[in-house]
Ligand binder design. Sequence first.
Ligand code: NAP
Length: 326
Amino acid sequence: MTMKAVRIMSPGPAKSLVYESIPKPTLPSASVLVKNKFSGVNFIDTYFRTGVYPTPMPTVLGEEGSGVIEKVGSDVKDFAVGDRVAYITRTASYAEYTIPDDRYIKKIPDSVSFELGAASMTQGLTAICLTNQSYKVKKGDIVLIHAAAGGTGRLFVQICKHYGATVIATVSTEEKADIVRKLGADNVILYTQEDVPTKVREFTNGKMADVVFDGVGKSTFQASFDSLRRCGTLVSFGNASGKVPPIEINMLSKGNIVLLRPQLYGYLTTREEFETAATELFDLIAKKVLDINICKIFDLKDAEKAHEFIEARKTTGKILLRIDDK
Ligand SMILES: NC(=O)c1ccc[n+]([C@@H]2O[C@H](COP(=O)([O-])OP(=O)(O)OC[C@H]3O[C@@H](n4cnc5c(N)ncnc54)[C@H](OP(=O)(O)O)[C@@H]3O)[C@@H](O)[C@H]2O)c1
């Protein structure tokens, strides 16, 4: 049996993504087979594609998805054929079928669409875990969030506002500035035109930020560092502009800065950790604290266009691949 999937054979540009038929995965006894409806596209997929994050080749890309369980392994107790689910996975959702790690599958109620299920997982869990565990955002904090109109950034804005923080958001265009203001950002910096630490100083009357969430990486790292108060925290969690070059550790002593470089899976090592974070995520969606904007849906065969779209900084929410929406 075969299935359609999108694979990368060797590191390269978006056009190196290959839509083709490959063998349908065989189900181990402890897992479930999901017939996918939607797969989420994340910036990290481009890191695997280009080789920024090395991965064995060929690889089916895709870190999250939603669909219906088609088969259940004989050792599985918690899921049944026909369950509607969303999941995160270490690559493999740009495909008709996926066998996710059963620690990372969440049943979704009928009230949650397959689109929303796939769209909420990676970026939503990241925003929840990093604002609770990398740095516990609390009422009164001043939080600087880079690329705040992007898929992950807009969720950080909404969650930090919900926790009672003052949010300073950076974006590249006026159109994105309007988006983040509507999401509740208190101040906006056009970081392609304005000096970030200078603006942060102005907005905070010299207090500076308690924490910076920086998924942009190379181009913002120094500005993030210079925007913090004494003993502030820099959470560097991505490389949209390129990897942060090696740093001289003594730079942290200027202001006793706390620097973290977390990854989502470091906070989700067990089924219980995933379940706690995913329950919180769906609760925040149900309470309308989080508005997950599905920015664009491409067909699976057009994954190349989806990668070009995210790399061209066009995302103002989630990008999905439609696999089977029947
Ligand atoms: N550590 C983790 O576990 C984890 C988990 C999820 C996501 N992340 C990271 O979070 C970041 C955001 O991911 P996402 O999927 O939500 O993507 P996204 O924010 O929708 O897209 C990336 C954004 O980065 C900004 N950017 C700045 N310089 C850029 C450049 N040179 N090229 C492209 N974009 C640039 C752009 O916003 P502007 O136009 O406003 O500049 C762009 O829209 C990524 O770095 C990703 O790896 C990390």
